[in-house]
Design a protein around this ligand. Structure first.
Ligand code: FES
Ligand code: FES
Length: 151
């Protein structure tokens, strides 16, 4: 049995410690907002926060999570998360939506650590893939979120 801290709750799961965290979040716990894309830490669709750091959950074994607090798209909150979610709506960022929970998690972690990111900061932090190519709107929305955080 492995004990995890997920979205502020303690969850015990009976899985092989080598199971990717993404599988446990989606299939065992039922938090399906986090998506599977590539399975090789490339696309970012599976991004969650471990102690606030964006982490590709397809590529970390659940047995290696330890005491780290896991936050998923279902529960991400705080000033940066609210600003990101508002900016995403204001600028109508989402196209098909599949990549967007990972994008929101990555953008929220960026803004939580850097309230006024430059284009270069955004490009460095936002390595998530979007098959619909919403990259320009994502960049604009991150600047909009930074502006909202100042209000
Ligand atoms: S599914 Fe994890 S990075 Fe693509
Ligand atoms: S919005 Fe469709 S993959 Fe990004």
């Amino acid at each position: 049995m492995i004990t995890l801290k997920v979205n502020g709750e303690t969850r015990s799961v009976n899985v092989d410690p080598q199971t990717p965290l993404l599988w446990v979040l989606r299939d065992t716990i039922g938090l399906t907002g986090t998506k599977y894309g590539c399975g090789i830490a490339f696309c970012g669709a599976c991004t969650v926060h471990l102690d606030g750091q964006p982490t590709r959950s397809c590529s970390i074994a659940v047995g290696d999570v330890g005491e780290s607090a896991i936050t998923t798209i279902e529960a991400v909150e705080g000033k940066a998360a609210k600003a990101v979610q508002t900016a995403w709506q204001n600028l109508d960022v989402v196209q098909c939506g599949y990549c967007q929970s990972g994008q929101v998690m990555a953008a929220t972690a960026l803004l939580a650590g850097n309230a006024k990111p430059t284009d270069a900061d955004i490009d460095a932090a936002m390595t998530n893939i979007c098959r619909c190519a919403t990259y320009q709107r994502i960049r604009a929305a991150i600047h909009e979120a930074a502006r909202l955080m100042e209000i």
